[in-house]
Design a protein around this ligand. Sequence first.
Ligand code: NAG
Ligand code: NAG
Ligand code: NAG
Ligand code: NAG
Ligand code: NAG
Length: 357
Amino acid sequence: MTGFTMKLLTLFLCLSLTVVAFVSSADVKDDEDVSMVKFKKFKNRYRKKYNKGAQCSYYRRWRNRKKMVFKHNQAALLGNSSFTLVDNQFADETVEEWNSLLGLVIPGQFNLKKLGIKDLTAVDPNKSAEDRQVISSTITIPSSLDLRRHRCMPPIKSQLTCGACWAFIATTSVEFQSCLKNITTPVRLSEQQLIDCSRDYDTNGCNGGFYTNAWDYLINMGGQVANATYPYKGTAGSCQYSQGITKVSGRLSRYIYLDSNERTILSALLQRGPITVSIAANSKFILYSSGIFDDDSCKNGTINHGVVLVGYGRANGTDYWIVRNSWGTSWGLNGYILMKRNVNICRLAEYAFLALL
Ligand SMILES: *[C@@H]1O[C@H](CO)[C@@H](O)[C@H](O)[C@H]1NC(C)=O
Ligand SMILES: *[C@@H]1O[C@H](CO)[C@@H](O)[C@H](O)[C@H]1NC(C)=O
Ligand SMILES: *[C@@H]1O[C@H](CO)[C@@H](O)[C@H](O)[C@H]1NC(C)=O
Ligand SMILES: *[C@@H]1O[C@H](CO)[C@@H](O)[C@H](O)[C@H]1NC(C)=O
Ligand SMILES: *[C@@H]1O[C@H](CO)[C@@H](O)[C@H](O)[C@H]1NC(C)=O
């Protein structure tokens, strides 16, 4: 068979499947255009290139998700949802490809309950008294906070196709706290150093890790190198950092665990800056476009992603968090998402930590 006939056949198969799906779908209330023409536009918009023979399955995934997006947005228009979705650059991807956007793994021996943690007690019990002083419980709480344009907030980054959200969120905290301590120009630190060099601390490169393990590594190493010195590659490699030789910028001294109490988390955010958290991200999170994310279906999901809380507020009668992601600026609200507050949305409150210099 020539390449051309093959192409024709693929196109025909994709199209005939569309027709079957369309005819057999009983609720043809959804009149969304999921034609090949629309798919071509989607492909061009995101400069998609597929391996030989794979186009059909990418088309089918995009079509199903586009329909889901349409249904959801119709409901949002009618007031049944407070957020909207979009068939963004991830809408055609496989589950494996989606996994490479995530990369949060809770360490096996990590058991907060066992530690008997309550309120603002540190993971290290020797430091608990000190940590209680870090965050005062008697401050006035303003109605909103937005650190997105704070001079110490680094620009939104992109982890590309490397499941190392853990390294990105660990770095955001160190960058912000370093900048707070240092009035000079904020420095961009190296996620790649964490990916390549912290394996002895139970992290697994582009296949997942946990932020406190990355911080343990940094505390022992005495700091984090600038991104300019140790640039991001988006794949895991051998460690290029040599202690005493490579110049270090971000020096972390400790981190504290915040009880899964969103008032405590808010208070810490107000007084000390960004809070690093874990969430159970689902397909609606991945396809998020705007509004306050309040999807219920991630409530009991497996924790798989890490993000950073950088503010809060209230709109349309709903309290929300301003949440920073590491999927570039074209995702969500210029790289951020608003998530409902005080309902442990997607388990967001369960592994909240504050890193300090
Ligand atoms: C909103 O959702 C509820 C429950 O899913 C449903 O019964 C109702 O018809 C929906 N309302 C609108 C306006 O779509
Ligand atoms: C980090 O380094 C990479 C590789 O040089 C570069 O593409 C990227 O823009 C840098 N990131 C920041 C935030 O400076
Ligand atoms: C503060 O900034 C200076 C100059 O950029 C740098 O040499 C130093 O390492 C920084 N200190 C910290 C704590 O980041
Ligand atoms: C609040 O509702 C209005 C009108 O529906 C909408 O335009 C706005 O985006 C909503 N605000 C948020 C933060 O979702
Ligand atoms: C989710 O978990 C909570 C508490 O762990 C439980 O009470 C609830 O029944 C669960 N909901 C579902 C839908 O499984």
